[in-house]
Design a protein around this ligand. Sequence first.
Ligand code: GRF
Length: 187
Amino acid sequence: MRIAVLASGGGSILQALLDDGIPVTLVVTDRACGASDIAGSAAVDSVCVERTTYDNSFDRVAYSRRLVEVLDEAGVELVVMAGFGTILAQPVFDAYPDAVVNTHPALLPSFPGWHGVRDALAHGVKVTGCTVHVATLEVDAGPILAQEAIAVLPDDTEATLHERIKVVERRIFAQTIRDIIERGSVL
Ligand code: GRF
């Protein structure tokens, strides 16, 4: 199964997938970020499909089409979102039906969106966690594949809590992707 990992951040989840032996064909970033350095160090091809605007003029559909071109060219069969900061539009889901997976740092359906850790802390929950799910057009709403709970500690900050969540994400995301490879399909 040819796998692309999409990332926008430090790329520690990408690193965990590589360390786990997940065969990554291509890393795609949407901005300059640590994930492309990680790809470079692991000698995995990487490409930046740069997102040049972050305001209302951003053409999400055109961006998604460009992304599909890049993925198709590499013969990608499974798209793995590991902290990708751009919400994908219909062309990606048309090209990869039930073949896009994501990891989210909260127990969905609670606290979807980019600030799942911050929002859970602000709400005062005592338990949060992480969720691996099939990505769909609706953000953080697709079928859940794996989930694990993590206690919120009294002195947690967004950073300390997120780091504890990521320790678990690295493990359950790698396990889920291994299962997908073994099954030959996401669902
Ligand atoms: C993860 O917590 C992921 O769920 C979230 O962004 C984080 C990515 O971390 N969407 P890293 O860049 O791989 O360290």
